[in-house]
Design a protein around this ligand. Structure first.
Ligand SMILES: Cc1cc2nc3c(=O)[nH]c(=O)nc-3n(C[C@H](O)[C@H](O)[C@H](O)COP(=O)(O)O)c2cc1C
Length: 474
């Protein structure tokens, strides 16, 4: 039975048919081999494609090394030598029935000298005010010349052509966070007085030019979405809602098929409400998508069936279903949730989300990469970043009786794992409830998302009581 007819209805982004309305947002893994696709990356995405997601937007990929690099092991598409690896990745995802776009980007002033070996570049010589990678030590970038900007535009188009040659269904232009796409749009980072700055029309020129160049090179039978911060919130000023909608309309009339609606500024943390991600509310950006979609659809200019991809911790199928049914968005994006639980969409479809490993919003996944240049990791999913489906769980060679003393998170995970391998497990806990030190972890304010671990582990343990072991590696 289809519990969620809107989520599991096929949809189209431009000419690209997608099996359902779920989109895995681009999420850097810092797992490549100096820009090349490797097995770890393929396994990571294949597992999510197997888990039912409709469209996978492959992580931020550099169009111009070294200046455009974000992390040392980010993916790269600035040379044809990267095409074979990208082709292997696209084919592996397609084999599981999902579609894939490549997110193409330049880091601009967000790049760090230690990674790029030179002074970063940006629309203007304005340093990023603060970041948790650099604190207040961000370097002032060198302002690009007009010729350099046009060269970078060409590099975006060349990267899109490589993605198309590799078999990708489309590309996504990155225009949010602390990357160059957003820098051009924001009056806080772009103080140019030439044709690329000074007013919203000029600030949008970098991406409208790129959209035009991609359409010219790749044609219309190729997906093209812009992931856009439609507003920068907070004391630092920057993109207003009005400007954000103007930009979205510009991009769609220039030939983009859709907008993935985000908010926030150069701070690589969610700052639209400045609530820590351990307490981010489900559906936190759906309201933004609803407002932008309604406004932009009624703005002048020819747009061909544009789609709006909305979300923000939208992992409850009831919430996603309602958002789609009410026209808040046409597709739902999902980030963190698919790192913690690659099969989240399958669980949604089967209405079994209580069994899906929750994301607690600790942000280890992003922090570790950006602060320490490590590959992606997750505090709840030990497999993430460790080879995914190569990391299989073998049945125990000898079945033993296992006693686990203590029903904290470690004890419960150990009990769950031992049971999955076929051991006969007894778990003892001195308190009248499971959780252990989780009780202290959830006590401070803004820790609500950690609380999801209680029902998750209770269910995991309950399900394995007296049941035969499962060896599915999950
Ligand atoms: C580890 C990690 C890496 C990310 N990398 C990217 C990226 O490469 N490009 C991008 O546009 N957004 C990136 N994001 C943001 C996500 O795509 C997504 O917009 C955000 O997490 C909100 O969705 P969610 O609330 O479902 O997590 C990243 C997020 C995480 C957690």
């Amino acid at each position: 039975m289809n519990h969620y007819p809107h989520i599991f209805a096929p949809g189209k982004i431009g000419s690209v048919e997608v099996r359902n309305r779920t989109v895995m947002s681009a999420m850097g893994t810092n797992m490549s081999d100096h820009g090349f696709v490797n097995d770890a990356i393929i396994n990571h995405y294949v597992e999510r494609a197997k888990g039912g997601v409709g469209l996978i937007i492959i992580e931020v990929t550099c169009v111009d090394t070294p200046l455009g690099l974000n992390t040392v092991n980010m993916l790269v598409a600035d040379d044809d030598k990267y095409i074979p690896g990208l082709a292997k990745l696209a084919a592996a995802i397609h084999a599981q029935g999902a579609k894939c776009f490549l997110q193409i980007s330049h880091t601009g002033r967000g790049a760090r000298r230690k990674n790029i070996g030179a002074q970063p570049v940006g629309p203007s010589a304005v340093a990023m005010p603060f970041s948790y990678m650099m604190g207040f030590g961000n370097e002032e970038p060198r302002a690009l010349t007009i010729e350099e900007i046009r060269t970078i535009e060409d590099k975006y188009a060349a990267a899109a052509v490589r993605a198309q040659k590799a078999g990708f269904d489309g590309v996504e232009l990155h225009a949010c966070g602390y990357y160059m796409g957003q820098q051009f749009l924001s009056s806080t980072a772009n103080i140019r007085t030439d044709e690329y700055g000074g007013n919203p029309e000029n600030r949008s020129r970098f991406y409208t030019n790129i959209i035009g160049k991609i359409r010219e090179a790749c044609g219309t039978d190729f997906g093209l979405v812009v992931k856009q911060a439609v507003m920068e919130a907070g004391e630092q000023g920057g993109i207003t809602m009005e400007e954000g909608m103007f930009y979205a309309n510009k991009f769609l009339t220039a030939g983009a098929d859709g907008i993935e609606v985000m908010g926030g500024s150069w701070k690589p943390v969610p700052d639209i409400d400045d609530i820590p991600s351990t307490a981010d509310k489900p559906g936190r950006m759906l309201g933004l998508s609803a407002v932008v979609r309604k406004a932009v659809l009624s703005m002048p200019g020819e747009k061909k069936n544009p789609v709006f991809i909305g979300g923000g911790r939208t992992y409850l199928p009831s919430l996603a279903e309602e958002a789609l049914a009410e026209g808040k968005c046409d597709f739902i994006f999902m980030g963190h949730g698919l790192l913690a639980e690659p099969h989240l969409v399958e669980y949604m479809e089967q209405d079994r989300c209580g069994e899906a490993r929750p994301c607690i919003g600790c942000n280890l996944c992003a922090d570790d990469q950006l602060s320490y240049n490590r590959h992606i990791r997750c505090s709840c999913n030990a497999v993430l970043g460790n080879g995914e489906n190569d990391y299989t769980m073998e049945p125990a060679a000898v079945i033993k009786k296992v006693l686990v003393v203590g029903g904290g998170i470690a004890g419960m995970e150990a009990a769950r794992t031992a049971a999955r391998r076929g051991h006969k497990v007894t778990l003892v806990e001195q308190n009248d409830h499971l959780g252990g030190q989780l009780d202290y972890a959830v006590a401070p304010p803004y820790k609500d998302n950690l609380k999801q671990l209680y029902p998750y582990y209770e269910k995991q343990l309950e399900q394995r009581r007296g049941r035969p072991a499962e060896y599915n590696g999950r």
